[in-house]
Each structure stands twice: as C-alpha cells, then as structure tokens.
Design a protein around this ligand. Structure first.
Ligand code: NCD
Ligand code: ZN
Length: 345
C-alpha cells in the first residue's frame, strides 16, 4: 500500500485571493503548497485593465510570506469595453496569462461581465491570434433556466458558438460540474481545457440541501447530482491532459456566508492537497494525481512544469484549522466530511 507520494509542486489554475485584509489572511494557505495560481479578477471594482492587473500583482507579491516564491498568474476581467490593444500589450509583457469571461450576473462580483457576446468578439479574435487563453465561467444567467441546468445550456448557447466563430481560441471551461461539460471537453481538440475544483469532486447537491441547508457547501456553479460528481471524478482521475485542477477556493467571511442571501464560494486552499490525495487513492488513481495537479495545467498554458516537488505521506488523520481568522471575521475552511490521512510534508 502506497504511503508516500512525491509530486511536482502543484499549481492552482483558478483561485480567488481577494484584496486587503482577506488577501493577507488567505494567501499563505495557497503559497504553502502551490507554486503558481491563476488569480481571478473579480475584485470590487474588477481588474479590467493592464494597469489594474499590475497594481493587484504588486499587492499580492507584497502580501506574500517572507521567502515565498509563489507566483501569481494574473488575468483581466473581460467587459464590453475591454480594449484589445491593452489585452495584447498585457500579454506581450508577460503580465497576464489569461482573460476571464463572466456572463453578467452569473456569480460573485460579475455585474461588469458580458451580456452581449458579439461585443467582445474583437478581443476574442485578438486573443486567438496571440494564443492568450480565455477562462470561462460557463453558466447562462436567464431567470427561466433552472440553476442546475445553467452549465449545460451555456455550452450549447454560448460556448460552442464562441468556439465555432473563433477558431484557434484557447478556452478553459472553468470549474466544470456536469457530465455534459465532461463530454463536451472530451469532444473538442487540444485548444480546450477544463478545470475541476476539489469540492465538486467531493460533494453533490444533497450535501448542500439534505438534512438542513449548509451554506459552506454553496458555491457557483452549484454542485449537481451524484451522477455528475462521479463524471467529474472519472475525468479528474483519467489522466487526460485536458483536465486539471482549479480549486476555485473562494473565501468569504462566515458573516457573509450565513446571511439570508449568503455568498457563493468554498474555501478549500488549506486542505485541497490532502483531500485530493484521499479522493484519488479511493479511486485507485494516485498515479494520476500529479498529472491533474502539476502537469496538465502547465502544458495547457505553455508554461514549464515546476522543478520543486512536494511529498504527501499517509498516516494518522490530519486535521486542519476549521477557520482562518481575518480582521473582518473568520472564514470557514471546507469540510470534506471524511477523515483526511494524507499530510503534505
Ligand atoms: C466565486 C467568488 O466568490 O468569487 N464564488 C464561487 O462560488 N465560486 C466566484 C466564482 O468563481 O463563481
Ligand atoms: Zn471562481
């Protein structure tokens, strides 16, 4: 029985670090285990220009623990006013590694996102030319579409048309939650990648709703039926290069999670690697963990694999603090609902 596993240092291809107090409180959780992360731009106000991204990058770097070599990979938030020249310059200088598409209103801080997809076509065409990936929050926002169907409908109505009209555009389907998304990703060429979160490998919609509502399991896209979770587990553990880790670790204070209209997001940064090792072991796929966390993402983004490694050891149950403290109040760490036996050394 394997009791130790050494991986190239992992990267997180979808991460919310926030800003100010929250940034300082949550950044160490990621920087401890991960070498790099794609940093989501949904701040208030959002990171829309290269100047915004440069400023945010500096704030992240200055919040890093002493001696940390963690590298934030910056993104721009696509709006209908985005200037393709600004995007191209930010890419050419190495400042940004992706542009993020939020359908307006789809999730936390997405009101500046896109309503008319035709209006961003010039930017998407420029991105296809220069090889800059588009990270996509794949949910429609129509009030008449059931929230559990919004990802599947987005693929048909928005994503597939964008792929057809913008050949060559590199696209990441982010935080996929359905077998529909897994199937679509598998039907496409290597210009399409898909990230999967830690929590969507672990919870289904019963975890949120059965036996009392669990706000800490509420995130967007919302977790779906068990058959979809199993499709995600199959994809993540398959070793296929198109699937890689994007935790979507999305910290909110407990006060903001527990409101009558609570925020969406699961904070998984502290214990993600332990949870993933447990899940991959359960599926007899520990040998596929490194691909998912450390190899497939860099390959998609055309970046080198990290030279450093991390080692996970199996032993007595490992505990993580249930909360991370911030000056604005505690942030609850995701509870996978089972014992964790894999410790990151
Ligand atoms: C994210 C957040 O809080 O910023 N929330 C979430 O539930 N995942 C936004 C997002 O990625 O959808
Ligand atoms: Zn996110």
């Amino acid at each position: 029985m394997t009791s130790q596993i050494t991986l190239k240092r992992p990267d997180d291809w979808h991460l919310h670090l926030r800003d100010g107090n929250m940034l300082h409180a949550v950044l160490p959780s990621t920087a401890t285990h991960f070498a790099r992360a794609i940093i989501m731009p949904n701040l208030v106000p959002p990171v829309v220009t290269s100047a915004d991204a440069a400023g945010y990058r500096d704030r992240i770097l200055s919040a890093l623990p002493e001696g940390s070599t963690f590298e934030p990979l910056m993104t721009l938030y696509l709006t209908e006013q985005t200037d393709p020249d600004d995007v191209a310059a930010a890419h050419a200088s190495g400042l940004i590694k992706a542009v993020k598409l939020y359908p307006a209103g789809a999730t936390t801080n997405s009101s500046s996102g896109v309503s008319h997809f035709d209006s961003v076509r010039p930017t998407l065409e420029r991105m296809a030319e220069i090889g800059l990936p588009l990270c996509v929050h794949g949910e429609v926002t129509d009030s008449d579409i059931d929230i559990f169907d919004r990802e599947a409908v987005f693929i048909d109505r928005v994503l597939d048309p964008i792929r057809r009209t913008t050949p060559g555009l590199r696209v990441v389907m982010e935080h996929i939650t359905t077998s529909n998304a897994v199937e679509y990703a598998r039907s496409q060429d290597d210009t399409l990648g898909a990230t999967i979160t830690t929590h969507h490998l672990v919870i289904n919609r019963n975890h949120i709703l059965a036996g009392g509502i669990k706000p800490h399991y509420y995130c967007l896209p919302v977790a779906k039926r068990e058959e979809h979770r199993l499709a995600l587990r199959d994809a993540a553990t398959s070793g296929e290069a198109r699937f890689f880790l994007g935790t979507d670790s999305a910290p909110h204070t407990d006060a903001n999670k527990l409101l009558p209209c609570g925020c969406a997001g699961c904070f998984t940064a502290p214990n993600t690697m332990s949870i993933l090792a447990q899940a991959f072991e359960e599926d007899g796929a520990l040998d596929k963990l490194e691909g998912f966390t450390s190899l497939n993402g860099p390959a998609f983004y055309g970046l080198p694999v990290n030279e450093e490694t991390i080692t996970l050891t199996k032993g007595d149950p490992v505990t993580y603090p249930s909360h991370v403290e911030t000056p604005d109040g505690p942030v609850t760490v995701f509870d996978p609902g089972f014992d964790l036996n894999w410790r990151v050394e």
